[in-house]
Design a protein around this ligand. Sequence first.
Ligand code: PLP
Length: 392
Amino acid sequence: MIPALLPTYSRAPLAFEKGDGVWLETADGTRYLDLGGGIAVNVLGHAHPALVAALTDQAGKLWHVSNLYEIPGQQALAEALVGATFANTVFFTNSGTEACELAVKMVRKHWFERGEERTEILAFTGAFHGRSSAGIAVAGSEKLTRGFAPLLPGFRQLPFGDHDALRAALTDRTAAVILEPVQGEGGIVPVPDPCLKGLRDLCDETGALLVLDEVQCGMGRTGKLFAHEWAGIQPDIMMVAKGIGGGFPLGALLATEAAASGMSAGSHGSTYGGNPLAMAVGGKVMEIVSDPAFLDEVSRKSGLMRQRLEGLVAAHPQVFGTVRGAGLMLGLTCIVPNADVIAAGFDAGVLTVPAADNVIRILPPLTIADDEIAEGVARLDRAATAIEAVWQ
Ligand code: PLP
């Protein structure tokens, strides 16, 4: 019999009752160090006092009014995002997938309004842009799309890292190119800065719009507010979600004036997107994370985390292969099945997240302290030792 809860997830047999910073606790009081951060969402950890205050204060005043009315918190957060990025305009969504939906619509409308028949959007193998019909069509993998045909047309996936294929495919008929500066679900694979620069140049030469998906790698995760800043480039459109709500469902689509020029009144909407509760939390997250001192700390701590993980990998060559990623978005390739490493982590009291390519993801709250980094890696070390005992 089908369970009451649609069984689309294979869940770990763990239920948490409360959280505090990087720690999660089950009902029996067992504590787990959360190196997964709710899949890169809890940028300020669990129950951050400033976010709890922002949410509860707003909850006592006003939850929802709809986008039929002005929402001052939206204006404020949009201005903060515009002030801190390439963007001239912002639309608030409830998730990354919805940001992807709008990105696709915005690209198509942009070219439609200009009277140009440019509809093809290029993406890359290993990409992940969400689970909606547009999201799976963009990424195009067998895993995501199997059984869901007919797919939304107009997308082509190029082999990740194949510059010749990209040069051949990207023409003055291309509507846009979409990619994650650091692939997340694909196994924590950063796009090298020179490649991002080269891609920007190709888009400029052909007029194609550059859409960056910073749902997972954005909001301070790599030590800059957005990952593309490391390459010194700017997109035309950018998807944001996860970290921007710190755990409250929130996403955003950022765009230049030119890219967004087709989106007039009535062309898109959302009942909940940018409601007062989301804006109260998102505004506070933005205020804390966009502080240069906060971002410098992320960079410093990511160096420490990486160094410790390199030590872990060196100590357990039968379990781990390499460390890769950027900032506090790190991946460990595994020699044994990644599911075994994650399960051994549960026993050792540490949480990590699986990704493709047999990787475990390390996406801790950006507020993780130095001693918590040491403790997290010590717990991973215990997990690896337990695996070695079984596999030897
Ligand atoms: N894009 C990327 C890069 C993601 O990692 C995700 C989620 O994992 C999404 C889009 C979809 O976001 P959401 O799950 O909030 O709809």
